[in-house]
Write a protein that binds this ligand. Structure first.
Ligand code: MN
Length: 420
């Protein structure tokens, strides 16, 4: 189905650089502080369009209930469902398009736009529940080899269902928030007893998450084929992980304190409508999934992910280039599985993919894989080495979508600096 809002020929009357993540084809949602309070906004070029100002000036009338976009959080709009999401996207596209509705262009720009570069961003939704999957077959295989060198790398259940765990929504933080090095129990494989103290194996996990809209009723699973009615959009996620704490605690119930201390998200939620030109087929699934995990069509997305490490001394290196398209289990399957027992997915819930690793050395999405648990240190341009993160290190994950016949769009970055 052709969609004028992703037409690569469309241009905004606001100048947007070709390299920008935020042309008119994107229109992602975020929250920024204005007069000390969070407001919802949409990124366009170097600017943020203030949705509350639009709503209060009647410029969203007829597209949705304007009150949905005057709140400090996206949750009411997420709950309103796909018809409203679609209508607001069409309206924003018309207001910003060269040759479109002049209702916004005729107004005083300072009332409606703020500079993106100087804005303080916030997590745009209240995340009630946070799930982290483990859906990259390359990552699961690598971690299996590292943590269980004498066993089967992939557990027998892995190819039958999207494995996941429930994470901690209270420590989901926005791009740029410092990450404090966590304390915990650490035990080397050859040590007799654990010790307590700061993690010595602080790691990243390069992930993409999806944010949900209207809730299902308790006891009513979301069929995989209905995912488009329930998934609003995607963001970049860095699921910071303390590998020594994780290795000691994870049997038998899975990750706990090794991952719940901080999870960074990018400031912009890119909608599935904007991502439509970047849908791609996923890898072949063998054995064929059970019926409730079967879904027609392409459900993977082409999102190139660049990971840059910068030390306190200023040395900088791109340590990974991976892609969300590598995921074995897709978002429709993940959401169907997460609710198949009758569990509820509410507006604003976050479901992260799990670490995204590709088939090559350059496309691994965590330091434990890139350095093979510290065996192969990363060389930095100034001669320093890294196995895991040092205090003062900054990691930035940037996501961008490119495809033939489409205007490229992006997510901005999910960054964090390690505080001791
Ligand atoms: Mn993870």
């Amino acid at each position: 189905m052709s969609d004028r809002t992703t037409d690569p020929g469309a241009r905004s009357w606001i100048p947007v650089d070709d390299a920008s993540d935020f042309p008119i084809q994107n229109l992602p949602y975020g929250a920024f502080l204005r007069d000390g309070e969070p407001r919802l906004g949409v990124a366009i070029g170097e600017h943020i369009l203030d949705l509350r100002a639009l709503a209060e000036n009647g410029l969203l009338d007829g597209a949705c209930d304007p009150a949905l976009l005057t709140r400090p959080s996206l949750n009411p709009f997420l709950a309103s469902g796909r018809a409203a999401w679609r209508a607001v996207r069409e309206r924003l596209f018309d207001l910003l398009r060269e040759g479109g509705d002049v209702g916004l262009r005729a107004r005083d720009a300072s009332a409606f736009f703020v500079a993106r570069a100087s804005a303080t961003m916030d997590v745009p939704m209240q995340v009630g529940d946070y799930v982290d999957f483990y859906s990259s077959i390359e990552h699961a295989t690598n971690l299996g080899k590292i943590f269980r060198p004498d066993g089967e790398a992939l557990m027998p259940n892995w190819r039958w269902m999207p494995i996941g765990y429930h994470g901690r929504s209270g420590t989901i933080v926005i791009d740029g928030t410092p990450v404090r090095r966590p304390n915990g129990q650490r035990k080397a494989p050859d040590a007799a007893e654990p010790s307590f103290g700061p993690t010595r194996m602080l790691d990243i996990e390069v992930e993409v998450g999806f944010v949900t809209g209207p809730a299902n009723a308790p006891g009513s699973p979301i069929p995989a084929g209905d995912a488009r009615e329930h998934v609003f959009g995607l963001c970049i996620v860095n699921d910071w992980s303390a590998r020594d704490i994780q290795a000691w605690e994870y049997v038998p119930l899975g990750p706990f304190l090794g991952k719940s201390f901080a999870t960074t998200v990018s400031p912009w939620i890119v909608t599935l409508d904007a991502l439509e030109p970047f849908r791609v087929a996923g890898p072949a699934q063998e054995p064929p999934p059970l019926d409730y995990l079967r879904v027609p069509g392409d459900w993977n997305y082409e999102v190139a992910l660049d990971v840059e490490l910068t030390t306190a001394a200023g040395a900088s290196k791109r340590i990974s280039q991976t892609n969300y398209r590598f995921m074995y289990w897709n978002i429709a399957q993940q959401l169907a599985h997460a609710t198949v027992n009758g569990a509820v997915a509410r507006p604003g819930d976050l479901f992260a993919s799990g670490t995204i690793s590709g088939p090559t050395r350059e496309s691994l999405g965590s330091l434990i894989e890139l350095t093979w648990r510290g065996r192969d240190p990363i060389e930095l341009p100034d001669g320093e080495q890294r196995t895991f993160l040092d205090d003062g290190d900054t990691v930035a994950i940037h996501g961008r979508c490119e495809a033939q016949g489409a205007r490229a769009i992006g997510f901005g970055s999910a960054r964090g600096t390690i505080a001791g």
